[in-house]
Ligand binder design. Sequence first.
Ligand code: ARG
Length: 270
Amino acid sequence: MQPTRKATSRRYLVCPPEHFDVVYSINPWMDPCDTVDRELALKQWHHLVSVFEGLGHRVDQVAPVPGLPDMVFAANAAMVVDGKVFGARFLNPERQPEAAHYRAWFEESGFRVRSSTSICEGEGDFVWVAGTLLAGTGFRTASAAHSTASSYFGKPTVSLTLVDPRFYHLDTALFALDDKNIAYYPDAFSSASQKLLTEMFPSAVIATEEDAAAFGLNSVSDGGSVVIAQGATGLIRTLEIQGYQPVPVDMSELHKAGGGAKCCTLEIRG
Ligand code: ARG
């Protein structure tokens, strides 16, 4: 199948999993009795970064901090649109100190940062598509943060309610394929949210439970190439048919903490 979609170059912020571990459980994927192979996690993560660079994207890195094993999940640190940074306020005390480290990186890099006063887990619960912020709530980000983000960015926001604890962040259940369309797993959302999504995105790619559980919706698309969990085989095939270029990656060690390729990636827009 010839890819027919057009990619645009992106800038991503990432954090190496040098201190990655599963020592607490804040989502159903995390079992502190699991053994984590940090060397393998680093290898998988370095491969992810080399994929982004190979696709021509700019990748910046935040220094990892000892004692913050989830800091590798950069997506949760902020939402960035038009060069404006809406900084996170984490729900779980274990992750709360991450916010200041990411904020410092943004400030040192010349960005203006506004930190959320209500619970907000950044791009984990915000997706920018079709000139709109899709905003997740139900497990982590509070709906109050949706309205604050909407006025801060000056963008319309559509709130979506997540209902399946396996898909506790919006970016585990939905991703933007390009600036117009999305892929998602309907049953991760309340029926009212499913209705909204059907109306907004009549041609969305619908993922199966199997592909969602394989972290297939935790994907990073540049409009042409889609960096996707290798286990999401059905979705990979569908994307190919639709003219995208899937780039399968193995992020199995990170899955043990409930995260995949997208969770490790924070897009810096504008
Ligand atoms: N263990 C992390 C947590 O539960 C995983 C975060 C995954 N990040 C994401 N953007 N979905 O917070």
